[in-house]
Design a protein around this ligand. Structure first.
Ligand code: GUN
Length: 310
């Protein structure tokens, strides 16, 4: 009987919730105090320019949050809102202006872009030294070759790594990490970062066969596919650390009213019954992504003034 109770207790035990909101608040306070010190000691204010094109409602929310956080950190923050039908020439001219603006240290062009704009041409036009998204080939090359000294690491994977580190420490030797999704923004840089910390990494995607079986082998799972509740509890190895990058807006009916609800890629309650730790949505990876953007911008400002070495 005692044995039964013990087993039952384990099965029902809740994973610890990795509180991205609290971690982000702590990091944000650190960025704010370092920004104040940079002004006091060197008269320098980090400047972030965010460019948004089109009407995508999710992008508008993200950009508003980025601007609000930049201001709260004490940054010089500018937003350029361009019409959906803006020409590529005009977008490139704006990026060129921002590349040469001494008050701007970080430039972010919110993705996705309207279909007529070439995402690669636009992201590669940003100076690598101001590429706080880490999307420029120079920064991607530095990351994948392990030369991260003065590289900008994409914000979402950088935030995920801090959350993993909180539970497992920096060295992931002997751990098997499974990344679900192979995007340039999350999946690929995530794999590089995990590899750099000595994890054994598997990157899975829509053509992977028997995905649940692959995920069941993982000590660390990073889900970045954009499919609500796709990763189920019975995919998870007991004791795994699960990071949910998905931010899916799903329509729900509550008291007869149609509403939008944010849901991740993992079935959170099911996963929590098995995992050691998991990130919620909202309040997990999202706030960490924003604060990593602030950390990258502060770093860009410091690097521009020769105050930080590679
Ligand atoms: N759209 C969704 N995530 C991101 C991001 O991290 N950076 C940019 N620029 N656009 C995004």
């Amino acid at each position: 009987m005692r044995r039964l109770i013990a087993t039952f207790g384990t099965a029902m035990s809740k994973a610890s919730r990795i509180d991205g909101k609290a971690m982000a608040a702590e990091l944000s306070a650190q960025v704010t105090s370092e920004t104040a010190a940079l002004l006091e000691d060197h008269g320098l204010v980090p400047g972030l320019a965010v460019v948004i094109t089109g009407e995508d409602p999710a992008s508008q929310v993200y950009v508003r949050n980025k601007k609000r956080t930049a201001e709260a950190c004490g940054f010089h923050s500018v937003q350029h809102t361009l019409a959906t039908d803006v020409s590529q020439e005009d977008v490139l001219a704006l990026i060129d202006r921002l590349n040469n603006d001494m008050d701007i240290h970080g430039i972010l062009v919110q993705l996705p872009l309207p279909a007529h704009l070439d995402e690669q041409v636009v992201t590669q036009a940003i100076s690598p030294a101001k590429d706080v998204d880490g999307f420029h080939y120079v920064n991607i090359g530095k990351l994948t070759s392990g030369n991260t000294g003065d590289a900008f690491i994409p914000c979402t994977p950088a935030g995920c790594m801090l959350m993993i580190e909180k539970h497992l420490g920096k060295d992931l030797s002997g751990k098997h990490a499974v990344v679900i999704g192979r995007s340039n923004i999350v999946g690929k840089p995530m794999a590089s970062l995990l590899l750099q910390q000595n994890a054994t990494v598997t990157v899975t995607h829509s053509r992977t066969s028997d995905l649940p079986a692959v995920v069941r082998e993982a000590d660390i799972v990073v889900a970045a596919v954009g499919r609500p509740n796709m990763v189920r509890g019975d995919w998870i190895k007991p004791g795994a650390v699960v990071i949910d990058v998905g931010i899916n807006r799903i329509e729900v009916t509550e008291n007869g009213e149609q509403k939008f609800k944010l849901t991740g890629d993992i079935a959170y309650d099911e996963v929590c019954a098995v995992a050691a730790a998991a990130t919620p949505v909202p309040g997990g990876v999202g706030p960490m992504t924003i604060v990593m953007l602030m950390a990258n911008t502060l770093r860009a400002a410091r690097l521009s003034a020769g105050l930080e070495s590679a």
